[in-house]
Ligand binder design. Sequence first.
Ligand code: SF4
Length: 360
Amino acid sequence: CPTNALSEKNDINRVLRMLNDKTKEVVVQVAPSVRVALAEEFGFPIGTFTEGKMVTALRRLGFDHIFDVNTGADFTIVEESKELINRLTKGTGPLPMFTSCCPGWYKYMEMFEPEFRHNISTCKSPNEMLGALVKYYFQQQNKEVRIVSIMPCTAKKHEVVKYGDIDAILTTRELAQLIKYKNIDYKSLPDGKLDQPFGLYSGAGLIFGATGGVMEAALRTASQHLNKTQKPVDIEIVRDSIGRKEVEIKTDTKTLKVAIINGLNNARLFLKDLKEGKTQVDFVEIMACPGGCVNGGGQPLIDYSKIQLSEVIKKRAKPLYLNDKKSQVRASHENEQVKKVYKELLGENDELIHRLLHNK
Ligand code: SF4
């Protein structure tokens, strides 16, 4: 809550108990936008990208495996793009298709706009997908692990009870509190490396943290199927949405109409237009928080007497796009680690893939 009248249920003690219990290994998985905001709690400027320090801090806190929700986002994109293409070409579900990764939006839809429940993608969120894959991966080795997620989001805490794969969720702010409680000097930490097989991600997985990022990531993969010649990577037209943006994406086989919405009031007005036939689109990204997850409810608090919200969103989103640009792999379906998991862990078994990665 921007006025601090409400705050998240603090789960730090729960996580400390897990870390102190040596009978089970503890996995931690971190969402894309945490790494561009965590450092603000330690005196760094807004939007400083400190993935390496964050990994070392998690290692020093005692987590046994450090995985990345960006990799989960790559799985989400592969699954969501497949679903979109099937809806577009085979009519397997209603259009427009809505993204399903934001629990704030999902809950809003369930409570206030249930007539759209079949429009929402059946994909679990990246955090839920990764949780299911990690639990399954360790089960195959006869190991039971506990999973802690670090999220920019207070609404994500609901994902602990939704499927039972995730055992606790800390916000970016709570992780910072934990690091301070353990007297870890964040500023002086060396860079650490994520663990495999769920620590290699594409640029598309990283930009999930910003508004338009899910859309761009999905289009990078979906357009491979819709295009015969073009292979678009930087789809800048879908970036920097303030509230609501509707654009057309031309492919070799079809012109896709897409919408990028952030803020639930904008979602409400958009759905009203959709119901009244005032707009028509194929695919919609909806994020509850203005600017997307970089501005999530669990991120470090900002003194808005000193800086405008739009500036904060820009500063935190910028390093996501810069690092995406520098990535060797830009599209989710080209992530070698993702391909390997589909082949070796999931055996390309459609029933298993659906059970682990989809809602229904
Ligand atoms: Fe959570 Fe906000 Fe991101 Fe939705 S947009 S997943 S509510 S941080």
